[in-house]
Design a protein around this ligand. Structure first.
Ligand SMILES: Nc1ncnc2c1ncn2[C@@H]1O[C@H](COP(=O)(O)OP(=O)(O)O)[C@@H](O)[C@H]1O
Ligand SMILES: [Mg+2]
Length: 396
């Protein structure tokens, strides 16, 4: 039997494009000596779908324009039997003709925007392709920080108070936004509702800083939230792997920020961090917290994973007030940076095993779906039925 193709999909029109490339390269490297053949699906910064061997080498991403030229355009499609394929739509080079690749499963390795918010997952659903990670619902809920918090509130999971607003409201009635910020009490955090990697996130100690932070954040999103800052803050994250029916819990980590908040630079651009993605950020694993707090956060993580109906691997992030020991849910990352492999490594599973597990879960979830009755063996549109529908042309 020929080797089965796993498509690793990454890039995309997202401020977290580069971070996604790093996560994808880590996933690809970890799957090297397995029975699978890895095929890259890179979505360029302008939204082109590309494939080809040059996309497998991190070095080549230093010159994106040159890389795009070397790559081959592609799209999802179906073969003659109706099976999903990755189809090359044009080939660079004179003598070669476009190929098509069968698809065993897709691993979305996007961060932010359409790759992580359910849009790409929905595309896989439409083509009936098994894909790793959360489904459309969990992905889109996870991407919207305000909706995610509303859902948690409904399930009595503590979250920090926030106020969210659109750019039009800010332009029309800045005063009322400032009023709500005042009510939350400074310092507050300003965040784009649907971004990640700390992009556009800032802390504001007063009104002047808030206005500046809001103007900056609107460059990234047209909906923002102002959130009460947790002080003194300790961040704790935990990863869950599996499905809502069967899941494993990782150890906790305590990420360390250089300033008040963990910035994009902390996460990805510190010394030697360039090629390691999220794994490079300074962190303490397992988190140096009490067993009691660890267990509490692990239990909350399982609960939240289930509430969101997440699957695959997710990272749940919490904010802990170290004065009061109160734990607040901050966000769920349905495609965590570097797939949170460093947390699983610490829990006794290496990245290769983690990625293989993700593929297995994807295949199992797909089997669960396609194994059900999905259409009825009747044709409502047959002549007799259609004739009975009033108002249609030709009916009496
Ligand atoms: N309510 C808060 N109080 C204090 N610090 C916060 C709060 N919310 C976020 N932060 C800080 O800002 C960082 C980024 O915010 P987060 O909500 O995690 O956004 P992102 O999705 O961009 O990671 C966090 O890692 C934390 O350091
Ligand atoms: Mg975060």
């Amino acid at each position: 039997m020929s080797s089965q193709n796993i498509i690793v999909a990454f890039g995309g029109i997202s401020p977290e494009h580069e971070v996604s490339v790093l996560s994808a390269m880590q996933a690809i490297a970890s799957l090297k000596n397995t029975s699978y053949t890895i095929i890259p699906l890179y979505i360029s910064k302008s939204g082109r779908w590309l494939t080809g061997p040059p996309l497998l080498d991190l070095e080549n991403y230093q010159d994106l324009d040159a890389l795009v030229k070397q790559a081959t355009s592609c799209s999802f499609g179906h073969d003659d039997l109706g099976k999903p394929i990755l189809r090359e739509t044009e080939k660079n080079g004179f003598f070669s003709s476009p190929e098509q690749h069968s698809i065993h499963a897709v691993i979305p390795a996007f961060h932010g925007s359409e790759g992580e918010n359910g849009a790409f997952q929905g595309t896989c659903e439409m083509y009936n392709i098994p894909y790793a990670g959360s489904n459309v619902l969990a992905s889109s809920l996870g991407m919207d920080k305000v909706k995610a918090k509303e859902l948690c509130r409904a399930h009595n999971i503590p979250v920090v108070d926030e106020y969210d607003f659109y750019e039009s409201e800010w332009v029309r009635d800045q005063k009322s936004v400032l009023y709500y910020a005042e009510k939350l009490q400074y310092p507050v955090m300003v965040k784009p509702t649907t971004l990640g990697s700390s992009i556009g996130v800032a802390k504001a100690d007063d009104e002047e800083a808030l206005i500046e932070a809001v103007e900056m954040a609107f460059r990234y999103d047209h909906n923002l939230m102002i959130e009460k800052a947790v002080i003194p803050l300790m961040e704790i994250n935990c990863s869950i792997l599996g499905t809502t029916e069967q899941m494993q819990t990782s150890v906790c980590e305590r990420p360390l920020g250089q300033q008040d908040l963990l910035s994009f630079e902390d996460k990805y651009q510190n010394e030697g961090g360039g090629q390691k993605g999220m794994a490079s950020a300074d962190r303490i694993i397992p988190a140096d917290i009490s067993d009691e707090l660890t267990q509490k956060i692990q239990a909350m993580s399982r609960n939240i994973f289930k509430i969101f109906r997440a699957s695959g691997v997710a990272r749940l992030d919490f904010l802990v007030n170290t004065d009061t020991d109160e734990v607040y849910f901050n966000e769920i990352n349905t495609i965590p940076g570097s797939f949170s492999y460093y947390l699983w490594e610490e829990s006794g599973m290496n990245m290769k095993e983690l990625m293989l597990k993700l593929i297995d879960i994807a295949l199992e979830q797909h089997r669960q779906k396609v194994g059900r009755i999905r259409s009825y063996d009747t044709n409502l549109l047959n002549e007799k039925a259609v004739k009975g529908i009033k108002g249609l042309k030709g009916t009496k």
